[in-house]
Write a new protein. Sequence first.
Length: 52
Amino acid sequence: MLKEQESGQRTTDVCRQHGISEATFTNTRRSMAAWMSPTPGSSRPWKTRTPS
């Protein structure tokens, strides 16, 4: 499913084919990125904050 989207298919089309919502797809993609990262937190920019 992730490979289909990375190969150029629109996220909406991939989600429709697999019967899931776009929110579920996004959460899965983020979860997989965090799980596959070589160091904890390196692929999770949504969890980091920059000082302002």
